[in-house]
Design a protein around this ligand. Structure first.
Ligand code: GLY
Ligand code: MN
Ligand code: MN
Length: 455
């Protein structure tokens, strides 16, 4: 069966073209303001370098720098640059080597290219020659590509400027939301195929192949390596093994996998039970909890409060599921909920799966602290229209955390017989991506699953 391609997914090329112009204008405006606030006259952003593998002439898979992708949706052109000087169109110095070992990427011509002056550059020397002679007062974003020291005058990675840019990157433009919507659509398609592969008896590896084929993307194009965990592997939060063997008894699947669209990520998790019973009921209950949390997401709420509320609701689930011997209040106050749900309730999403700017109090200010005892929360800001966040409550049976709890005085608060009966199922996570609006939020993931169901 032919894999559906980008043009068959919304948005259409026309829509993208209409949205990209205002996006680029917004990026130019906020960059100009950040440069002015930090005392720079221009910005040079590197797409990234190919990293050689020790003792071979091969390289690691290329990972583009996100501050470059915010300008141009190019994920596969190392050693290219965007050069921006306020009040002038940005210039793209596009690396186009003469090469017969690897095929150079063709000069781009797409919905976004009209906003740029594009210059093909055969090598770094050609890129340097295309830049102004005097690079003083020009900020540089990216790693040292070996030769950067010779580009006199550049200010590499100024922390204050980075902070300004990261702070504003949290608010997505309508173009970015459209890309995130499409990344969800693609991800939902992959999830649907993965669920079918699970039903059909596939191994973790088989399920990954089904996901990749349905998304039409290879692993290195995805925003992160899929987490595909059968049975107790679901208790490893970022499980990575992709076992090729089918376990003798298949009880559950936790799949956390996203796709990419024009450089933007989706981050989606679903959990399935093979049979009805306590674990299947618990999945249903966690889905309800997740929907309750999603329904309250709107501009103006403090994400730290969302996280703490998730713990209060998790405490209620622990009581209902007979996993604790105490009240919900005590399960929350004692920190027992963090044994079953040790990660943050969600994070910013965008060009990176864990996007930047989650802690910034202001473009020029310090960080907003995490709540005490919650070290893994990655977002502490008050939500604004245009933020895109994940909502990902979980409930896991994690051996090392349970063992540590058993050894301390909180051990008496856990009903160990119940834990033992559910431990072989690993854990549950339900994760959707939400675009925050002035009146609530758009659930990009649930909409994508509905749209996929109707195809
Ligand atoms: N997929 C990683 C996360 O959910 O944060
Ligand atoms: Mn996530
Ligand atoms: Mn995830």
């Amino acid at each position: 069966m032919a894999v559906p391609h980008l043009t068959e997914l919304p948005p259409t090329a026309d829509t993208l073209e209409n949205l990209f112009g205002p996006h680029l204008s917004a990026v130019c405006a906020r960059t100009a303001a950040a440069l002015e606030a930090c005392g720079y006259g221009g910005l040079l952003v590197h797409s990234g370098s190919l990293r050689p593998i020790f003792q071979d002439d091969r390289t690691h898979p290329f990972e583009v720098n996100a501050p470059f992708k915010v300008w141009a949706p190019l994920s596969d052109v190392p050693d290219s640059f965007v050069h921006f000087v306020p009040d002038r169109p940005p210039r793209l110095l596009f690396h186009r080597p003469t090469d017969y070992w690897y095929k150079p990427a063709p000069l781009p011509q797409a919905y976004w290219t009209g906003g740029f002056e594009i210059l093909p550059c055969a090598d770094l020397q050609a890129a340097r020659a295309a830049l102004p002679e005097d690079l003083s007062h020009t900020a540089y974003l990216g790693e040292d590509f070996g030769g950067l020291a010779g580009w006199a005058g550049l200010a590499p990675n100024p922390p204050r400027l980075i902070r300004h840019l990261d702070y504003h990157r949290a608010v997505k433009t309508p173009y970015e939301v459209a890309c995130l919507r499409a990344a969800n659509r693609r991800g939902a398609r992959g999830h649907r195929a993965a669920a079918q592969a699970f039903s059909a008896g596939g191994s973790e590896f088989d399920i990954e192949l089904a996901f990749l084929a349905a998304c039409g993307q290879r692993e290195q194009e995805l925003p992160y390596n899929p987490i595909i965990a059968l049975n107790e592997n679901g208790a490893v939060l970022h499980y990575q093994m992709l076992d090729k063997a089918v376990p003798q008894r298949r009880r559950s699947l936790l799949i956390d996998a996203g796709a990419e669209f024009a450089g933007y990520a989706s981050d989606i998790t679903r959990t399935y039970a093979r049979e009805s019973g306590d674990f299947a009921d618990l999945i249903g209950r966690m889905d309800e909890l997740q929907q309750t949390l999603c329904a309250a997401v709107t501009a103006g709420i403090d994400w730290r409060e969302v996280h703490l509320r998730a713990h209060r609701l998790t405490a209620e689930v622990l009581v209902e599921a007979d996993l604790v011997t105490c009240s919900a209040e005590e399960a929350f106050a004692s920190g027992i909920t963090t044994v079953f749900m040790p990660h943050g309730i969600g994070h910013l999403l965008g060009l990176e799966v864990h996007d930047v700017g989650g802690f910034a109090r202001a473009p020029d200010g310090g960080d907003i602290e995490r709540p005490e005892r919650h070290p893994y929360l990655r977002l502490t800001r008050v939500l604004e229209p245009g933020f895109v966040v994940t909502m990902e409550p979980g409930l896991y049976f994690i051996d090392p955390l349970l063992a540590a709890t058993r050894a301390d005085r909180r051990g008496r608060l856990i009903r160990w017989s119940r834990v033992e009966s559910l431990r072989p199922y690993g854990g549950i996570r339900i994760e959707d991506d939400l675009a925050v609006t002035t009146t609530g939020c758009e659930n990009l993931t649930r909409e994508a699953f509905s749209a996929e169901r109707s195809t």
